[in-house]
Design a protein around this ligand. Structure first.
Ligand code: PGA
Length: 254
């Protein structure tokens, strides 16, 4: 059985106190309502991480992650945050390869390879995001794009390291747009990703890896998405900023 996960990506939202309040609300609802084995990960801005990690030491159901990490170990990189720093405050995950980082911060495959490596070296689990743009889908390049993003940044890993990853398929055209990929469209890509992993690392690795769907996932569409064989949960942006919605998505597994 693969781990079922719903990860929240708060992006650049919430000041320190707003973040603490939202997190407390989420944890309270999860403790009251979530009885299954599914797990939540909250990927907050850096400023919240230490406080949030300290608030969940009594529950296995909620963990904390960052939304980015620098690719170097340490040094003269004013304003940057390293994987080691993130791990030192109690965070366990880091989102890497999000399309907003690829688009606005020019993060490419070579850079992301370094980020994946350094995150793993510091015991952070990368939530590695891949996904095609609308233009790429319309020109029927989406399978090629997805494969390239896998090959260039995570297929260099050993099977043991690759198995530590969480993957997230996030079609760029669905992020923050209110347009969700249909459950069938998402399943088609998830199955493709698993097939590529099986070809590279074997069926056991492919069957064991958690692949999340992201892009306008909400309490209304989560059930149908999560019911698909190869979709193991979601990476949630907008709806992760409302405790009720986020926890309802977490409860959407059958
Ligand atoms: P969204 O964002 O849920 O607001 O579409 C998803 C993401 O960017 O991870």
């Amino acid at each position: 059985m693969r781990t079922k996960i719903v990860a929240g990506n708060w992006k650049m939202n919430l000041d320190y106190f707003e973040g603490l309040n939202l997190f407390n609300e989420i944890v309270t609802l999860i403790k009251q309502e979530v009885t299954g084995k599914q797990e939540a990960i909250i990927c907050s801005p850096y400023i919240h991480l230490h406080a949030l990690a300290n608030l969940v030491i009594d529950t296995e159901k909620v963990s904390v992650g960052a939304q980015n990490a620098h690719h170097a170990e340490a040094g003269a990189f004013t304003g940057e945050i390293s994987a080691k720093m993130i791990h030192s405050v109690g965070a366990e995950y880091v989102i890497l390869g999000h399309s907003e980082r690829r688009q606005y911060f020019a993060e490419d495959g070579a850079l992301l390879t370094k980020k994946v490596d350094i995150a793993l070296a510091h015991h952070l689990t990368p939530i590695y995001c891949i996904g095609e743009t609308l233009k790429e889908r319309e020109s029927h390049k989406h399978f090629d794009v997805i494969k390239k993003q896998l090959v260039e940044s995570v297929f260099h890993l050993s099977a043991a390291d690759f198995s530590k990853l969480i993957l997230a398929y996030e079609p760029v055209w669905a992020i923050g747009t209110g347009v969700t990929a249909s459950a069938d469209q998402a399943q088609e890509i998830h199955a493709f990703i698993r097939k590529e992993i099986a070809a590279k690392y074997g069926k056991a690795v492919a069957d064991g890896i958690t692949i999340l769907y992201g892009g306008s996932c909400n309490p209304k569409n989560a059930h149908e998405l999560f019911a698909k064989h190869d979709i193991d949960g979601g990476l949630i942006g907008g709806a992760s900023l409302k405790a009720r919605d986020f926890v309802d998505i977490l409860k959407a597994f059958n």
